[in-house]
Design a protein around this ligand. Structure first.
Ligand code: UD1
Length: 424
């Protein structure tokens, strides 16, 4: 099992290229199941989650070829021969549930393992199932699996009114509705850039969809979808993560390919804390406006609000900002597992329910810490960038799920960071 060692140091400078979005790619890949013609994705991120999704699609009979060093995924679902997404794969990655809608729409049947709990909360899939039921699907939960069947004429259009916003349920419903008979309306739909990206890809495949990027999406079902080539949108979470690096460690960094409209609420919040963000053709350039960073209050919300996937990283910044900040986590229960690790580095954090109060200290101190989930692990690396001495982050396999080449990218802007093999 590998560890990452970060030694806090001086200011950072240079450019970090931002990859295609993991969360977009993980929903674009199952879209291949909707058509018997090839779907090609460019600007794909090189991550273990992408390999897990390739494995899952392969187990259903799809062909997935990784080309150009993993940047291009050439997929074909011409000959599907499976309808079962096995627990062994689904338990590794919750996004596996996204094959349910496409399989049901194309083949009329699917058997998909329930993802089970995960480190950041219970995360049920009831909204996914209710949306598919509204399109006529018959569902049965047996032995930890969802057994789903479309009615004899296939799925039909329906009205789905989500009680709260779910990114994954919106994606599953959207994909299923593209091949359903008639019109489907998704109310209180997710508006994330990854949803808009999925809709653009489905439109390129011939789907009839309007309203993407708003809270109401309308889908007019078509008989079949055809092949397409689609470029995966920029990863706004990787973007936001590295935007914090020069704010934590000092210096000025350009995030290649970054655009402000992917992260407006986040940009406004870090500006309030004392950042200067400049947009140019090259991307976003970030530095401290003048002097030390200041405390700010943060509340996570669905898009266009402050993303929950940047809460842990923002906490790492606020640990050394002047004053007291309150972070409120509104999307997931139990998403402050990074707090005890940051406390090991000298941070002053008090977690009470869905709130964390962070009182800025002058300096963090390096310590051995453990990654507990994907975003938590990168928050510890950020904290280590400015800490006194050495921070050793264990269990970095979490990081490999969502950040490609993290060591090379941070070294490229002058950080003192390396990956080492641990015994045992
Ligand atoms: C996606 C992202 C994840 C991000 C999250 C919120 C992917 C692969 N993952 O996850 O990185 O943190 O959006 O921006 O894109 N819920 C239910 N029932 C459901 C579905 C969700 O109760 O059927 C709850 C969840 O437990 C959570 C909230 O709704 O509390 C939002 O979850 P959701 O938007 O569905 O997140 P994911 O799609 O799983």
């Amino acid at each position: 099992m590998d560890s990452i060692i970060v030694t806090g140091g001086g200011p950072l400078s240079g450019t970090i290229p931002i990859a295609g979005a993991k969360n977009a790619c993980l929903t674009l890949m199952p879209a291949t199941l909707l058509s018997d013609e090839p779907l090609t994705l460019t600007n794909a991120p090189r991550l273990s989650d992408i390999r897990t999704m390739s494995q899952l699609l392969g187990s259903l009979g799809a062909e997935v070829s990784s080309l150009s060093d993993g940047l291009v995924l050439a997929m074909s679902s011409h000959d599907l021969n499976g309808e079962r997404a096995d627990y062994d794969i689904v338990r590794k990655m919750r996004a596996s549930i996204l094959v349910l809608g496409p399989l049901l729409a194309r083949q009329g049947r699917a058997v998909v393992s329930l993802p089970g709990g995960c480190a950041i909360g219970a995360r049920p899939v009831d909204l996914h199932l209710k949306a598919l039921e509204a399109m006529g699907a018959e569902l049965e939960l047996r032995d930890g699996y969802v057994h789903a069947k479309a009615p004899s004429g296939g799925l039909h259009g329906g009205i789905v009114d989500f009680p709260f916003v779910s990114v994954g349920a919106t994606e599953n419903a959207l994909m299923a509705a593209t091949l359903a008979r008639g019109t489907t309306v998704l109310k209180n739909a997710a508006q994330e850039p990854e949803i808009v990206d999925l809709v653009h890809c489905l439109q390129a495949m011939g789907a009839q969809i309007s309203g993407e990027g708003t809270d109401t999406i309308e889908i007019q079902g078509v008989d079949r979808l055809h092949g397409a080539t689609h470029r995966v949108v920029t990863d706004r979470i990787e973007l936001g993560t590295y935007m914090l690096a020069p704010l934590v460690a000092g210096g000025e960094v350009t995030l290649g390919g970054g655009r402000r409209n992917l992260l407006d609420a986040f940009c406004t919040k870090i500006e309030e804390a004392g950042a200067e963000v400049t947009e140019s053709d090259a991307g976003l350039t970030v530095k401290r406006a003048n002097g030390p960073m200041q405390a700010v209050d943060v509340e996570t919300q669905p898009f266009p609000g402050f993303p929950t996937d940047l809460q842990a990283q923002m906490m790492a910044l606020l640990c050394t900002a002047q004053g007291t900040s309150v972070l409120e986590e509104k999307i997931f229960e139990n998403r402050f597992m990074h707090a005890p690790e940051l406390i090991r580095m000298g941070a002053e954090i008090d977690v009470h329910g869905g709130h964390a109060t962070v009182t800025g200290v002058d300096k963090l101190k390096g310590a051995p810490v453990m990654a507990t989930d994907l975003r938590a692990s990168v928050s510890l690396i950020l904290a280590g960038l400015a800490a006194q001495g050495e921070t050793r982050v264990g269990r970095v396999y979490h990081l490999d799920r969502g950040y490609e080449h993290v060591v090379a990218k941070l070294r490229g802007v002058g950080a003192n960071i390396e990956r080492v093999k641990e015994d045992g």
